[in-house]
Design a protein around this ligand. Sequence first.
Ligand code: FMN
Length: 158
Amino acid sequence: MPIDPELFRAVLGRFATGITVITARDLDGRDHGMTVSAFSSLSLSPPLVLMCIGNEATMAPVMRTADTFAVSVLGDDQEALSRRFSGRLDDRFADLTVDRGPLGNAWLNDALATMECRIVARHPAGDHVIVVGEVHAGATRDGRPLLYYRGGYAHLER
Ligand SMILES: Cc1cc2nc3c(=O)[nH]c(=O)nc-3n(C[C@H](O)[C@H](O)[C@H](O)COP(=O)(O)O)c2cc1C
């Protein structure tokens, strides 16, 4: 028998993560973005990262047709961006100034780190799809990360 769903959530909630916003464009070139904590480094050589996208998310069909995506790792003063990119907004980019990576995807201004990737694999897994990207560009700034822990936002004390 698989684990009880409530216990499963409680167990996973004890795994603290950073928070990213994944951005990609649809076939019409329109920007889409979504808050994602299920992000991980995967391989150093080649440089690979992965993320898990829920099949019901509006980002899921975008990630099926996109060739590339960008990742913005949020800094500890960017909780509002996490809420914006996980909330119910018609256009999550409205009134938001963004930079573009070399592959053309939106990078969130002042993110702690940004990277841009080419999609090299998609693996269906349960109610999510694992998207694997090869990293082609990146940038960092100094600062502290925004964290997610037990269903809420958290901050490093030092
Ligand atoms: C902190 C945080 C982390 C999240 N991490 C993920 C994730 O890793 N994968 C995912 O599919 N959804 C994740 N979500 C939920 C999506 O951001 C949210 O369901 C999605 O943006 C809903 O978009 P839609 O209305 O466009 O479908 C997360 C939400 C928050 C607030």
